[in-house]
Design a protein around this ligand. Structure first.
Ligand code: DGY
Length: 310
């Protein structure tokens, strides 16, 4: 029997499978443990099941001499120093695949919301600004026929591309090494689906935003720091792009008085890409499968390899 620290309770019954064979401590709060509490919980554990809100860096890994398995309750692993774990022969696992469709759905929801100006429409209704039907009230843009640039052609990017076929949009998939400025200049919608790495941090900054059409919209359901927040706010205020729909932000969460939230065309939702009952329960199952395998010395079913360098 091993000792496991789980940094938040999970939907569904997956944790019962862990409890059946191991001693499990679950952090009971709604908010993540502080760094001290995280180290306290993980220090004597062989298994750690953590969230994207838990920074698992080299120093934390070094403070946990018995750790054998780290299972992230997310597909993104930018919160974990995978190289430091691998150097200690600690397996790291993630939850790919099961949240692909939910995240792709939210991407389309956000894209349509900003193209069709839903936040402004609701604000008009709530404030009494909807007085009558008008020929030119709240005109938006069509997804039908739009050029949609998807940056990141992995599972989620491809699932978004499949949905966009149904809308008859023109999809351009950009991967590493593609000429971003030229592609950005052509796009009506730019949607981000790449992982956060040192190469993609601030990938969309002032120069890239300036390259986009003034009518274009930016959608981010990947990771907040892929976009330079200050540059995005400035671009929205200057009318360099029409709107930004963000499921993820930098910092995350954004304080309620953050200036980006009042910039024209900004729509921000609270990192809910995978937030469906089915996706979050399936993520819990994969995270527990990974941890159980790692603790018994078997290869995790979804093991993360150290990322190759640039
Ligand atoms: C992930 O899994 O990386 C998402 O951002 C959380 O659902």
């Amino acid at each position: 029997m091993s000792r496991c620290f789980v940094t938040r309770d999970l939907p569904g019954a997956a944790l019962d499978r862990l409890r059946a064979d191991h001693e499990v401590e679950v952090w009971p709060d709604r908010f993540p443990p502080s760094r001290e509490r995280l180290i306290d919980g993980a220090r004597s554990a062989q298994g750690l099941l953590c969230m994207l809100t838990d920074p698992i860096d080299a120093q934390l890994i070094a403070s946990c001499p018995d750790l054998r398995a780290i299972s992230n309750y997310a597909v993104g692993v930018d919160n974990i120093d995978v190289a430091a774990a691998t150097a200690r022969a600690i397996q790291v696992g993630n939850t790919p695949g099961v949240l692909t469709e939910a995240t792709a759905d939210l991407t389309l929801a956000l894209t349509l919301a900003v193209l069709r100006r839903l936040p402004e429409g609701q604000a008009a209704v709530l404030s009494g600004g909807w007085r009558t039907w008008e020929p030119a009230f709240l005109l938006g843009r069509d997804l039908n026929g739009a050029t949609v640039l998807l940056i990141g052609a992995g599972r989620i990017g491809q699932a978004v591309a499949r949905r966009l076929e149904g809308f008859r949009a023109r999809v351009v998939l950009a991967g590493r090494g593609d000429p971003l400025p030229a592609l950005l200049a052509e796009a009506d919608v730019v949607s981000l689906h790449c992982p956060l790495t040192e190469q993609t941090r601030a990938l969309i900054g002032a120069t890239e935003l300036a390259a986009m059409k003034a009518t274009a919209v930016l959608v981010n359901t990947a990771r907040g720091p892929i976009v330079d927040t200050a540059a995005l706010e400035a671009a929205l205020r200057a009318g360099e792009i029409a709107a930004a729909a963000l499921d993820v932000t930098d910092p995350e969460p954004l304080p309620a008085d953050h200036p980006l939230l009042s910039a024209p065309g900004a729509l921000v939702v609270p990192h809910t890409g995978s937030a469906t009952h089915a996706a979050r329960e399936a993520m819990a199952d994969l995270a527990v499968d990974n941890l159980l395998a790692g603790l018994s010395g078997d290869p995790m079913p979804h093991r993360v390899a150290t990322r190759p360098g640039p």
